[in-house]
Design a protein around this ligand. Structure first.
Ligand SMILES: [Mg+2]
Length: 299
């Protein structure tokens, strides 16, 4: 990539020469990172992600990680980050396993839940003492999630609880239609499960706890007692990461290493656009600090 005089990008990463996105010219008080498509893609660390996180920590700036994906619990994310050279305490990672468990305990204490879910979410419910059942006559809350073991049996139980017995409500972990994979591929996500249940029951999902719901931010940075306007949300998805930041009146940065593109940004109303669009996530460190750190784009 060609560079401008101040060290910022002179062209888009595709080299088409459209207007560059501004780099942040200052550091924020805390950073909330999405993981898939932002820090890594599949099992590959994305360029600059590791050194950025380590540099922010070196400067004493809190870093938190946030994912909509409920197929892992925070300890599994901690293990994945550690394997990629970004060792992180479990307390600095939150995902929809955490937020859905907390939401149920707060808003539906004692309710009997039918989780359409993989093991980490079920284990979290069990550890939290949330009653679970697959008896449609006993179910108060059907929890839809990203569940790669979703099948007709589970759909029938949800149908009976919602449509026949008419006693349950439908809620979901996250609104994502698919999970992005390397090579432009993907895998159906929670929205597909919700759509199947809504289609046959006529029920409407009443709560989605994942991004863009700002409840995720409370989980991530609520303990820091910082002014959210001085914190930055970083994520690759406009419909979740960037929308959550906008709802919370926070600044946001979108690396072009995941799902959303510059064209997607351009199609949005200006008030819905991310504050920064970056070809690589380590552009979050201001250009002057790149020079101070001696960083090059080949790293
Ligand atoms: Mg992502």
């Amino acid at each position: 990539m060609r560079r401008s005089a101040d060290g910022g990008p002179a062209t888009t990463p595709e080299g088409r020469g459209s207007a560059p996105s501004p780099w942040p010219d200052h550091l924020y008080d805390a950073y909330v990172f999405d993981m898939d498509g932002t820090i890594y893609l599949g099992d590959q660390l994305l360029p600059g992600a590791r050194r950025l996180v380590l540099e922010l920590r070196e400067r004493g700036i809190p870093v938190r990680f946030l994912s909509n994906n409920p197929t892992r619990d925070p300890s599994q994310y901690a293990e994945k980050l550690r394997a990629l050279g970004i060792a992180t305490p479990i307390s600095e990672i939150a995902n929809t396993v955490v937020t859905m468990t907390r939401w149920l305990r707060t808003h539906h204490p004692g309710a009997t839940v039918f989780p359409i879910a993989e093991q980490p979410l079920i284990d979290s419910f069990r550890e939290a003492g949330i009653p679970m059942s697959d008896d449609p006559a006993a179910i108060d809350v059907v929890v839809a999630s990203y569940d790669r073991s979703f099948d007709y049996r589970k759909l029938q139980i949800a149908f009976d609880a919602l449509w026949f017995h008419r006693r349950a409500i439908l809620v979901a972990t996250n609104p994502d239609p698919f999970c992005p994979f390397p090579g432009g591929r993907g895998e159906p996500d929670c929205a597909a499960v919700v759509a199947a249940i809504e289609a046959c029951t006529g029920a409407k999902c009443q709560m989605v706890v994942g991004k863009p719901n700002p409840v995720m931010l409370e989980e991530a940075i609520g303990d820091l007692r910082l002014d959210p306007r001085r914190c930055l949300v970083v994520g690759d998805r406009l419909s979740t990461d960037i929308r959550m930041a906008a709802r919370a009146h926070m600044a946001s940065a979108m690396p072009l290493t995941g799902e959303s593109t510059r064209e997607d940004v351009a199609a949005l109303d200006p008030s819905d656009r991310p504050t920064y669009v970056l070809d690589r996530v380590d552009r979050l460190l201001p250009a002057a600090l790149w020079r101070e750190c001696g960083w090059a784009e080949t790293d």
